[in-house]
Ligand binder design. Structure first.
Ligand SMILES: Nc1nc2c(ncn2[C@@H]2O[C@H](COP(=O)(O)OP(=O)(O)OP(=O)(O)O)[C@@H](O)[C@H]2O)c(=O)[nH]1
Ligand SMILES: [Mg+2]
Length: 405
């Protein structure tokens, strides 16, 4: 299944059916009076969050949705049937934006939540409505109202409490496999993970949180290196970032240098995102001889001048991972509780989230435009003689294909 986190669609609600002018005709009843029914209402279009949907890929194939028109009214006071509504299912975490105004129409954060994106037109009135003491046989009736039409952008950001951050190959996917039932692919080459994966982490029986594994980040990502920064937006809705650092990278690179590069990319992408609490995880400890572990870890921390929380783990052996899980769970619970008890804090968090949304949206659009410009320049260089080259629909970078197991 392809993972797609953005799509633009048009939604057109059904027009209302027309009202009609009709008169009662019955044997032995002269001047039967008006009996024209109203038109039916046009179908509306709703977008609804659905737990069983995990990608917006369907909206890359079908982009236009038109709801049914209401039927016209008819004689004998019969109203026309209303048009069927359309309900479009999207993953939880989808934001719906009006492309013309840029307004957010809805933000679907829970299964079953829905918003109406195009309102069906009201049916027209039949001539019965126009009967009065001075006009007992009105010929007037009205047309149905046109259904609403809009172009909307669907933007999916996964919903998770904790987001994994780190270089390719640092062991992010291995970590999420160790602490949850999620089974993203693990391999000894960079960019194994091409799409976000979510895992539910159980701290104990009734305490759990969601962790998101996203593709690795490298130096220069903000300028498009590797898979770029387009996946960083998936960290925008998390509470805590878990920065996984390989203590002994296979390419011989320096762990502290790598960690700094990641933090710098994060800051470039969104200063607000970089302000989220970050927990450092020094991973692949099993790669180091036992007697030199502490010293080497301390060296990395000194280099980084790290003063925040830090854990030492081996994701592969599931060593030290439980401690990380408990720590995260406590932090998350404290935040959740404080949000409920302290309105000031809740307001602060809300403002922070809004800022994050705005920054990540802006950045993602900018990154997409830069990517487009780069492709255009490449094409012009390659295809000087082919002016008609079609500027095909761009997906803003990698085309991600994945198979769920
Ligand atoms: N020795 C050791 N190897 C590990 C550990 N964690 C992960 N690995 C190995 O490191 C390689 C990369 O692991 P992944 O979990 O795929 O790394 P990732 O960070 O998800 O990488 P990308 O998806 O490419 O960004 C694999 O060969 C893993 O088996 C660890 O704690 N110890
Ligand atoms: Mg991975």
């Amino acid at each position: 299944m392809r993972f797609v986190d953005e799509a633009v669609i048009t939604v057109e609600a059904g027009d209302g059916g027309n009202g009609v002018a009709s008169f009662r005709r019955e044997k032995f009843v002269p001047f039967g009076g008006p009996d024209g029914g109203d038109g039916g209402r046009g179908g509306s279009i709703y977008i609804q969050a659905d737990d069983d949907t995990s990608t917006l890929v369907d909206y890359r194939y079908t982009r236009r949705f038109r709801a049914e028109r209401g039927k016209n009214g008819s004689g004998a006071n019969c109203s026309g049937r209303g048009g069927e509504d359309i309900i479009l299912k999207v993953p939880v975490g989808t934001t719906i934006v009006d492309t013309e105004s840029g307004d957010i129409i809805g933000d679907l954060v829970a299964d079953g939540q829905r918003v109406k994106v195009a309102n069906g037109g009201d049916g027209g009135l039949g001539n019965t409505h126009f009967k009065s003491s001075t006009n007992r046989s009105p010929r007037k009736c009205t047309h149905g109202i046109k259904g609403e039409y809009r172009e909307v952008r669907l933007e999916l950001k996964v919903l998770a409490d904790v987001g994994l951050l780190g270089m390719p190959n640092a062991g992010k996917s291995t970590f999420i496999r160790a602490v949850s039932a999620a089974k993203p692919k693990v391999a000894d080459y960079p960019f194994t993970t091409m799409v976000p994966n979510l895992g539910v982490v159980d701290a104990d029986r009734h305490r759990s949180f969601v962790m998101a594994d996203i593709p690795g980040l490298i130096e220069g990502a903000a300028e498009g290196a590797g898979l770029g920064i387009r996946f960083l937006k998936h960290l925008a809705r998390t509470r805590i970032l878990l920065h996984i650092v390989d203590v002994q990278p296979i390419d011989g690179s320096d762990p502290a240098y790598n960690a700094r590069a990641i933090l710098a990319e994060l800051e470039k992408f969104s200063p607000t995102l970089a302000k989220l609490p970050i927990v450092l995880v020094l991973n692949k400890l099993d790669q180091l001889p036992e007697e030199s572990r502490d010293e080497w870890c301390q060296h990395i921390l000194d280099e980084l001048q790290w003063t925040g929380p830090v854990f030492k783990t081996s994701g592969l052996m599931a060593e030290g991972t439980k401690e990380v899980v408990y720590y995260l769970m406590d932090q998350i619970e404290q935040q959740r509780e404080r949000e409920v008890e302290d309105p000031e804090y809740a307001a602060e968090i809300k403002a922070l989230r809004e800022q994050l949304e705005a920054e990540t949206r802006e950045q993602t659009i900018a990154a997409k435009e830069a990517y487009r410009a780069m492709r255009k320049a490449q094409r012009e260089a390659d295809l000087d003689d082919d002016e008609d080259f079609d500027d095909d629909e761009d997906e803003g970078g990698v085309e991600s294909i994945y198979v769920r197991d």
